[in-house]
Write a protein that binds this ligand. Structure first.
Ligand code: IPM
Ligand code: MG
Length: 389
């Protein structure tokens, strides 16, 4: 039965980068029989403009019904003066909370071709492969009470609440340990247990969870040290698990290790593995509409979707291999451009990934054939050949 993917382009560069990711999905539908139906919806500023709410009822309904969601980005200066409860970001937060997407996976992988694009020295980042597991539906982002109140002396006071229940900590802990089991079996839990009681409990519960995973090593780190270690010696980490806000901050930091925040995909999963997939970067209003945004984080988010929600690990591998291939070819959007590479725009990058997917398929078909037959097929296909040998 075909699966249903909801496409939410959002704001700023969102529509541009999502268009490239949709190209890839359509290519997989045509060339690899990927059985998905695509539906479009509104979220963020685009939804405010069209229907007066950052998360219209219809979008939430569509999201509940979908098997997976692909989101671009939300927000921009146009909506910054709105009340905080009506801002585009509330659309994204409402989707995360409404669908209980508590487990946010943010892999930070350095493609070797981009070692020179990182602001850190190549030897510090080469071979980097870490996974940040961020709690996404709790903590200070959602804690009550919250607001801005006026004190008796007339001064205004802003307040938010950092709160985590044991069950919330336990389920994100299990996510992290389960993932670590498939990787290098090391979890570092990041907290501020020396100051905040809430994360003292976080640490205790992580210890409890660890007892069920004797094959996985657990360590703890305060968040300030973790930020420092991420730029000092990031390869010491395998899986990092942390709260909603610490994860927000540390994942941006980790992004820069990989050369550009334009390279990092993410998956936000519920307990059953249903997910929303989005690049970790924002709507970048400063470059919106100029056709220069990097679509690779969104395209790699499609790969995560194929793996985690659509049960298509082989197709996920194809997409990742195609991204690798375009980087090998030296194609770079401006955010990852360095000397001796070829600067391309958003659409060219998407087209190149699509071409690389098709080329990969072609190589697979022809690769198993004897040379003679292969060149005949190539000749018949009107010279469409990547036959280098
Ligand atoms: C992210 C973003 C969001 C967050 C914003 C847009 C609400 O920064 O996904 O990291 O803070 O979670
Ligand atoms: Mg963020």
């Amino acid at each position: 039965m075909s699966k249903n993917v909801l496409i939410l382009p959002g704001d700023g560069i969102g529509p541009e980068i999502v268009a490239e990711a949709v190209k890839i999905l359509n290519c997989l539908r045509q060339e690899c029989d990927l059985d998905v139906e695509l539906e479009h919806g509104l979220v963020g500023g685009a939804a405010i403009d069209a229907c007066g709410s950052p998360l219209p009822e219809k979008t939430l309904q569509q999201a509940h019904e979908a098997d997976a969601i692909l989101l671009g980005a939300v927000g921009g200066p146009k909506w910054e003066s709105l009340d905080i409860t009506m801002r585009p970001e509330k659309g994204l937060l409402g989707l995360r909370a409404g669908l209980e997407l508590f487990s946010n996976l943010r892999p930070a992988i350095l493609y070797p071709q981009l070692a020179g694009a990182s602001t850190l020295r190549p030897e510090v980042v080469s071979g980097l492969d870490i996974m940040i597991v961020r709690e996404l539906t709790g903590g200070i982002y959602f804690g009550q009470p919250r607001g801005i109140r006026t004190l008796d002396n007339g001064e205004r006071q802003g307040f938010n609440t950092l709160v985590y229940s044991e069950s919330e900590i336990r389920r994100i802990g299990r996510s992290a340990f389960d993932i670590a089991r498939k990787r290098n079996k090391r979890v570092c839990s990041v907290d501020k247990a020396n100051v905040l009681e809430c994360t003292e409990l976080w640490r205790e519960v992580m210890e409890e969870v660890a007892r069920d995973y004797p094959d996985v090593e657990l360590s703890h780190m305060y968040v300030d040290n973790a930020a420092m270690q991420l730029v000092r010696a990031p390869k010491q980490f395998d899986v990092l698990v942390t709260t909603n806000m610490f994860g927000d901050i540390l994942s941006d930091c980790a992004a820069m290790l990989t050369g550009s925040i334009g390279m990092l995909p993410s998956a936000s999963l519920d307990a059953a593995g249903k997910g929303m997939y989005e690049p970790i970067h924002g709507s970048a209003p400063d470059i919106a509409g100029r056709g220069i945004a990097n679509p690779l984080a969104t395209i790699l988010s499609v790969a995560m979707m194929l793996r985690y929600s659509l049960d298509q690990p082989a197709l996920a591998g194809r997409v990742e291999a195609a991204v690798n291939a375009v980087l090998d070819e030296g194609l770079r959007t401006p955010d990852i451009y360095t000397e001796d590479t070829v600067k391309v725009g958003t659409q060219e990058m998407g087209d190149a990934v699509m071409a690389a997917i098709k080329r990969g398929l072609w190589d697979e078909v022809t690769g198993s054939l004897p040379a003679q037959e292969r060149s005949e097929i190539c000749a018949r296909s009107g010279g469409h050949t990547n036959d280098q040998d």
